[in-house]
Design a binder for this molecule. Sequence first.
Ligand code: B12
Ligand code: SF4
Length: 607
Amino acid sequence: MSILRTLRREWSVSRASAGTRRPAEGTTGGRRFLVILIKPSHYDADGYVIQWHRSTIPSNSLASVYGLLSECAQAKALGPDVDIEIEVYDECNTVIDVNGAIRRIRAAGAGFIGLVGVQSNQFPRALDLGRQFRAAGLPVVIGGFHVSGCLSMLPELPGDLKEAGELGITLFAGEGEGRILGLLHDIVAGTTKPLYNYLSDMPEMAAATLPILPRWAVTRVAGHYASFDAGRGCPFQCSFCTIINVQGRKSRHRTADDVEEIVRANAAQGITRFFVTDDNFARNSNWEPILDRLIELREKAGFRIRLFLQVDTLCHRIPGFIEKSARAGCTAVFIGLENINPESLMGTKKRQNKIWEYREMLQAWKRAKVLTYAGYILGFPTDTPESIARDIEIIKKELPIDLLEFFYLTPLPGSEDHKKLHLRGVPMDSDMNNYDLEHACTAHPLMAKETWEKVYADAWERYYSDAQVEVIMRRAAVTGINKTKIFDGVTVFSGAARVEGVHPLQFGFVRRKIRTSRRHGMPIVNPLIFYPWRIYDFTRTLWQWLRLVRRYRAIQARVEADPAKMDYTDEALTPTVTGATDHFVEVFADKIPKTHGAPKQRVAVGG
Ligand code: B12
Ligand code: SF4
């Protein structure tokens, strides 16, 4: 019943902290310069901001920019008599009091609003917030992947970035390390430029400013996870990826000393759980010294570090990587599986994914008792409802994945896919709010939009069937994965899309819908209509969650009570025999390119 316990605990903390004024950082009584950092969320289909009493994943962009500004504040960078104060909010877990923020900056006498880490799907919300602050005459700066991605790949500014400029909002492209002070000076002098573009000049990460958030901001994330990026950049070339075009393909990494400092700074405020946001930590060329240091901190200095890592499907080939990750405290890992059809993977230049090694790789994580999450993209050009259904069934039976999450193949601004479609004039959804990987944003060659939408909804139903949930729990029991973790994971991943209508990556505990925080241009609903609807909406959702939790508790109780639970085995858990080819690899044999290490082609079975 851990989810309900978490909810109860989080709810009481939320109530206790409601209305408390956030402590200003570094005040000494001189002139004031107030920076309000906001990580915007985005809108649901009804135009309400997607936000929660507690979010589940911390924002590393916010921690990075907060770290940069804290450094300026501590260094008295605007002069010895100027106190730089910083407030920091993640809109996914906090309702933004726009009028209050305006009043506080006015009372301070100077300052600005920083809209941080704004992704494409958050840009409309960022513009709506920016519009209100600009109407009050405050300086507003937007940074993050939408601005950086568009500027790195498109020949000219798209309409929404132009609109931001017309509102007087400053755009910041590229990374903030080493550049924030210049921006602050310009804001103070009133000479802020419409655009700062540092994309061609990526800062070194060694000795770069450390990402950090104050404890009260971290505790708004369930489980009190903090985050850091141990490195940026990825050597691969997936065509749907924006990262390589913004942060580059060269691995830039923090030092082991810096990572230790991040851990110690967080531990000093009672936080030792970390989401390491490197898109592919296995390709961080400094992974080993970093893991060695974390192992030392855990095993010699007694830090109770827990890590969530993101890796690629070839990580098991790096000697010692999985073992050291586990010893360093990794209890969960996200693997960019993306698809099991080699044709789809080749089509998006994801050549590094060798499907014949998937099972071995997943079993290696299982042996280390690490929970595995994998992303699966739906809508590659050759995908059909039938082929997707077949592939999901194969995964369920033959691959020991714990939690699978589905995405639409999306031409994200900043990716090669988006650039190509844009230059060819192929129609794409003009509403950036939909670029959340939960919407079909462009036409599919074989599936109508409605078919694709049904395939997406069905994928969650198909993978999280009660029978498969039991299989996942049985595999977890026999491989020693923590049963509370598996229960929580399965419940959230199964329910987020189906009950709340949001992807698990956007999920939080206890949804909030604020009547007046509605998308620009949509009417504010009369309270007499809004509140009865909201009560109904809330009760319906709660009821669905309770039913789901009850069902899964019954399944877990059955698994736990089974005297033969430690004898459980299935095809996915059976070790791959050297030289033999897994059944699912044979299914795709005719599509496997003849690359180094590929199994010899056999006759393809199944369609
Ligand atoms: C961690 C992460 C998450 C976390 C936390 C979000 C966060 N941004 O912290 C979670 C899991 C919540 C998340 C969710 C999603 N994510 Co995400 N995420 C990432 C990831 C892996 C790391 C983010 C990060 O920490 N980057 C490092 C920081 C330091 O870089 P940065 O954000 O660009 O910030 C720097 C500069 O931009 C600048 N800057 C930024 N803001 C500001 C503000 C000011 C005022 C200034 C001066 C400077 C400045 O300075 C910062 C420091 O250098 C990135 C990939 C990546 N490598 O960045 C994807 C990424 C940002 N996510 C992406 C996507 C698509 C999503 C989702 C929409 C989809 C999904 N279902 O996964 C969801 C939606 C969430 C929502 N609520 O709407 C895309 C965005 C692409 C785009 N065109 O927008 C990325 C790039 C990955 C990808 N697939 O290509 N994500
Ligand atoms: S492996 Fe991940 S981070 Fe690297 S290019 Fe591919 S999608 Fe991008």
